[in-house]
Design a protein around this ligand. Structure first.
Ligand SMILES: [Zn+2]
Length: 338
């Protein structure tokens, strides 16, 4: 497995996350409900041993190798060398895959060709490339395969300094767990597959098939992409459409995401946009309903101990005050939703 891809070349609808002073604490997880097994074509995978209800924190996992970004291969090697003997052995158990771009980067930083590195160096760099979640490498979560219709959401939680993996839908006994390695819920195959080439596999999920279902999903994602881009431009320039049209667009996108089964944090962005445009229309009560949906979705994806959840909760409380008449809808409140 590997890192979440970044959205390049098109406007992105990401929003900054708020932070609060949470106390560090370790959270329980539900790893007793999963097992690692061989899959027919994808190497190892993680499976549910028992039914896992939506919103379950399946894993709360510390990094075995903490390294943000990891462009410089010399830095990867020195960080791996600093690991304990036990962690280094576990790290090197993971699947290595270095994409072709890595070979150019090695030349740039180390002045050597890829072929001049030792086997150990190639493996250590390849494990990072195939398994990094941007902040570093986890052991067990590295066994979770990719799907364009994931049933698990990953997020790093700085308050507990762990990666969390939450079920975003009910998972049946025997079902495989999947995360998305790319933020591609509203993207077409010709965008997704080149990103996935970085991990050296061709996606076989239901959204990538050439059967009737795959084609239907591709059509749906085409509409989702158009709506997503309209909202992204509206968010930046504010001239793409009226607030009423933007609200309709966000609502339509949320509906398509539900139908398509894209239930990770991309769905929450649509709820957030809907709340924002309700406020621009001056409809605070409706905005409150949308932010309640956003908050409920953050609880499912990241949990109540994440700073993201606290930030959305604080915005929800502000809106409650406006609805109750103890605060007014002013410019600073509107800006909280940008
Ligand atoms: Zn796919």
């Amino acid at each position: 497995m590997g890192a979440e891809g970044s959205l390049n070349g098109n406007a992105s609808r990401g929003h900054s996350n708020g932070h609060s002073n949470s106390h560090s604490k370790e959270s329980d997880d539900a790893r007793h409900l999963i097992e690692v097994r061989q899959t027919p074509f994808k190497g190892l995978g993680v499976f549910a041993k028992a039914p896992i209800p939506r919103a379950t924190r399946i894993l709360s996992e510390p990094l075995i190798l903490a390294l943000n970004g990891g462009e410089n291969p010399a830095e990867i090697l020195s960080t791996v060398n600093k690991l304990s003997k036990e962690d280094k052995a576990r790290y090197l158990e993971l699947h290595p895959f270095a994409p072709s771009i890595r070979k150019d980067v090695v030349k740039k930083y180390m002045g050597k060709r890829w072929g001049d590195l030792t086997n150990w160096e190639r493996d250590a760099i390849g494990v990072y490339d195939a398994n990094s979640f941007e902040v570093g490498v986890y052991f067990l979560p590295s066994r979770i395969n990719h799907s364009c219709i994931p049933n698990v959401h990953y997020e790093f939680n700085p308050a507990i300094e762990r990666g969390t993996f939450h079920a975003v839908k009910d998972i049946a006994e025997g079902e495989e767990l999947y995360i998305s390695y790319i933020n591609g819920g509203s993207r077409l195959r010709n965008w997704r597959q080149p990103k996935l080439d970085m991990w050296g596999f061709v996606c076989q999920c239901a959204a990538c098939g050439n059967d009737a279902e795959g084609k239907k999903r591709e059509e749906r994602r085409k509409e989702m992409f158009e709506l997503d881009q309209k909202l992204a431009k509206q968010s930046v320039y504010g001239t793409e459409m009226t607030a009423a049209q933007a609200l309709k667009t966000a609502t339509r996108l949320a509906g398509l995401q539900m139908t398509e089964g894209v239930l990770n944090r991309e769905l929450r962005t649509s709820y957030h946009d809907a709340a924002r445009y309700c406020l621009e229309l001056g409809n605070v009560k409706l905005a409150l309903l949308w932010i309640e949906k956003e908050l409920a979705h953050e609880k499912i994806c990241v949990g109540e101990d994440h700073p993201i959840f606290h930030a959305v909760s604080a915005r929800r409380d502000l809106l409650k005050d406006v609805v109750a008449g103890s605060a007014s809808l002013d410019q600073s409140l509107l800006e909280c939703f940008h």
